[in-house]
Write a protein that binds this ligand. Structure first.
Ligand code: HEM
Length: 154
């Protein structure tokens, strides 16, 4: 009689299934943990990813009839640098935004609600074009939403 009975084969198969299930549970939980441990800065692709996003954003600001007039006399390179370090710091990256505060910069521009919303819309379109996932887009927007009151004219 063979040493491999039906029951020993089925025990063997059961053990393999248990090992595979255990492995997949552990690997899933470690993937989940590493995604949760990522800072927003890392999720945005760090310095390189943020620079790429801001370049796309600036292109969109420059092409937008509603918003371009605000930037007509601004220094693009100064805005670019300031916006990059602002996003970098807000996303817990290794940078410190050293520009003026949001109220001082935007006071006198008479920015209304519709124009603020349009700039946010252009930022979303830029994130879309940069291939940034929706949950990450929402985290970026959550960082900027509280600035609304500092930027829109009272
Ligand atoms: C959450 C929304 C916004 C954020 C986080 C933001 C942030 C910034 C930052 C970081 C700078 C660069 C400042 C520096 O380094 O000195 C800047 C400049 C500027 N922002 Fe905003 N901004 C926002 C909304 C807007 C809106 C809605 C407008 C106009 C419709 C606007 C118009 C400008 C202009 C024209 C400059 C350039 C000023 C200059 O250098 O002459 N911003 N903004």
């Amino acid at each position: 009689m063979s040493r491999f009975t039906i029951s020993s084969i089925s025990n063997f198969v059961t053990n393999i299934v248990i090992i595979l299930l255990t492995f997949s549970v552990f690997s899933c939980s470690s993937i989940k943990e590493s995604a949760e441990q990522q800072t927003l800065y890392q999720a945005l692709g760090q310095q390189q990813g943020i620079e790429r996003l801001v370049n796309i954003f600036i292109k969109k600001l420059g092409q937008d009839k509603q918003i371009f007039p605000y930037f007509a006399k601004a220094s693009v390179s100064h805005f670019r640098q300031g916006f990059i370090s602002h996003i970098c710091e807000a996303s817990d990256g290794p940078c410190q935004y050293e520009g003026d505060n949001m109220v001082d910069i935007h006071t006198g521009m008479n920015i209304n609600e519709a124009d603020f919303n349009r700039v946010v819309e252009l930022l979303v379109l830029a994130m879309e074009e940069a291939g940034i996932d929706y949950p990450i887009q929402n985290k970026v927007l959550a960082k900027f939403a509280p600035l609304r009151g500092e930027i829109i004219k009272i």
